[in-house]
Design a protein around this ligand. Structure first.
Ligand SMILES: Cc1ncc(C[n+]2csc(CCOP(=O)(O)OP(=O)(O)O)c2C)c(N)n1
Length: 274
């Protein structure tokens, strides 16, 4: 794929490349999937806003040629909420890491999900704080190793999907970088969905997570994703024992009828004018 491919129209290729991401990192693959989803839905790139916090994943808005906002750690959803309320016609995509979205930004996440505001949240879940050097995060599996858990992590991890559903998000899905085709389809559906759409994308950080956890190469990490994910339809026929240690991928919730926050807000304003 050379610079003539249409994807380059959506990248700040000349100004910002090369990216900061390490070789074998999953974030670039996810960026490609988001751009292709936007292209196939035919959105005008001027109507798309990508908002991020701080972290490796949060560097994505530097490279994409949408309207972009690179904000403070954990606060992407708060900025995105403001933009969506001020300009409801814009399509808001929030990109966070697992630390950014679930630790410091966890409060914003659950409340945005509860309000069901029309934002698509792509949670790039590499099970680690990448940018700051490999501290364990809310999604680091129990007993996995991190630079701040040299004897193994003793904390249980969040199930992002269960958390999103419990908080009230109206579209909740999980996919993985390995499942690139599925990832593209899910992101497309999430973008089309009106309401808070959460996509938990299992990604690989070979440099900080993989090499401490017996996966020394990006290929080993991708094979791990292949072996540890089960499609939601297949999972329905399996026992809890068979699913132990596996991550179910697919769409868990897709409810178009839940009241969406910006529309509700507008209805309230209109009713007060009468
Ligand atoms: C208020 C604040 N606290 C802490 C930091 C330091 N910090 C920068 S990035 C980061 C974690 C990034 O991890 P994650 O969100 O999982 O994203 P990744 O880098 O793995 O993509 C932290 C703690 C910061 N920049 N600002």
């Amino acid at each position: 794929m050379g610079p003539k491919s249409p994807i380059y129209d959506y990248l700040r290729y000349k100004k910002k490349f090369p990216t900061v991401w390490c070789p074998g990192c999953g974030i670039g693959t996810i960026m490609g999937a988001i751009i292709r989803a936007v292209m196939s839905l035919g959105y005008d790139k001027n109507d798309v806003v990508m908002v991020s916090g701080i972290g490796c994943s949060s560097r994505m808005p530097a490279y994409v040629d949408f309207n972009t906002l690179h904000t403070t750690h954990g606060r992407a959803i708060a900025f995105a909420t403001g933009i969506k309320l001020a300009k409801p016609h814009l399509k808001l995509i929030v990109v966070t890491g697992d630390g950014d979205g679930l630790a410091i930004g966890g409060n914003h996440f659950i409340h945005a999900a509860r309000r069901n505001i029309d934002i698509t949240h792509i949670l790039i879940n590499n099970s680690i704080y990448g940018m700051t050097g490999g501290q364990y995060s809310p999604t680091t599996p129990r007993r996995a190793f991190a630079y701040t858990a040299p004897y193994g992590n003793i904390e249980p991890d969040f199930d992002v999907v269960e958390l999103g559903i419990a908080a009230g998000a109206s579209f909740v899905a999980r996919t993985a970088v390995y499942h690139i085709i599925q990832m593209g389809k899910i992101i497309e559906k999430a973008l089309k969905h009106k309401g808070y759409s959460l996509v938990d994308v299992i990604s690989q950080c070979p440099v900080l997570y993989g090499r401490l956890n017996k996966m020394r190469s990006p290929v080993e990490m991708l094979l791990w994703q292949k072996e540890h994910t089960v499609d939601i339809k297949v999972a329905a026929k399996k026992s809890p024992e068979e699913l132990e240690g596996k991550y179910i991928v697919g769409i868990f919730k897709d409810d178009p009828d839940m009241p969406e926050y910006v529309s509700e807000y507008q209805k309230l304003i209109d009713s007060l004018k009468e």
